[in-house]
Design a protein around this ligand. Structure first.
Ligand SMILES: [Ca+2]
Ligand SMILES: [Ca+2]
Length: 194
């Protein structure tokens, strides 16, 4: 069992996942193989430590945060469907066509990506990035290259530029506005498949 799994039939809710995430069937199949590879003890569930085998995450300075974003608060396991739904945030957008608003947003829309990115900073999930939360991420990403003073001043400048209502924290709306000119698709494209 489980050794020859290269068929969509073996994947629970495969069709629904294709519809929901915009991944192709072939892509879902590859992700399933990837999932099974990570699922070392073959339980159909991943735990945070299973992600240690994803080299790109192991080498990412905020890899731990990205991994914990896969898991709902208080949850320590992840099934295949949830795995795919989170990975859809990292799927590059198909095109720039405008949406008519009648369809649900695909998981890889810029807004959903921004929300996912915001969550990587907002660790206490109070809807705001505090100065301390910003510093934690900057320290993780730049810690080796800059001094603590430089870190403080980078954080200070980032808050000053984004904090329109001057409450000394960055709300999601402020985050979105300050990143409007950044190509979030490019920044959020993480390759999970080798
Ligand atoms: Ca917060
Ligand atoms: Ca603010």
């Amino acid at each position: 069992m489980g050794s020859n799994s290269s068929s969509m039939n073996n994947i629970p809710n495969a069709e629904q996942l294709v519809q929901e995430t915009g991944f192709s069937a072939a892509h879902i199949l590859r992700l399933y193989e990837r999932f099974q590879f990570l699922d070392k003890d073959d339980t159909g569930q991943l735990r945070p430590e299973d992600f240690g085998a994803v080299r790109e995450l192991a080498m990412n300075p905020i890899g731990d945060r990205i991994i914990s974003a896969f898991f709902s608060p208080g949850q320590e396991t992840l099934d295949f469907a949830s795995f795919v739904r989170v990975l859809a945030h990292f799927r590059p957008a198909d095109s720039n066509r405008t949406r008519d608003g009648a369809q649900p947003e695909p998981a890889n829309s810029s807004m959903r990506k921004l929300k996912f990115a915001f969550q990587l900073y907002d660790q206490d999930r109070d809807g705001k990035i505090s100065r301390a939360e910003l510093l934690q991420v900057l320290r993780a990403m730049l810690g080796m290259q800059v001094t603590e003073e430089q870190l403080q001043s980078i954080a200070e400048r980032a808050i000053q530029e984004a904090d329109f209502d001057q409450d000394d924290a960055i709300s999601f709306d402020e985050f979105r506005k300050s990143l409007e000119k950044v190509n979030i698709d490019h920044k959020m494209s993480i390759r999970f498949l080798s």
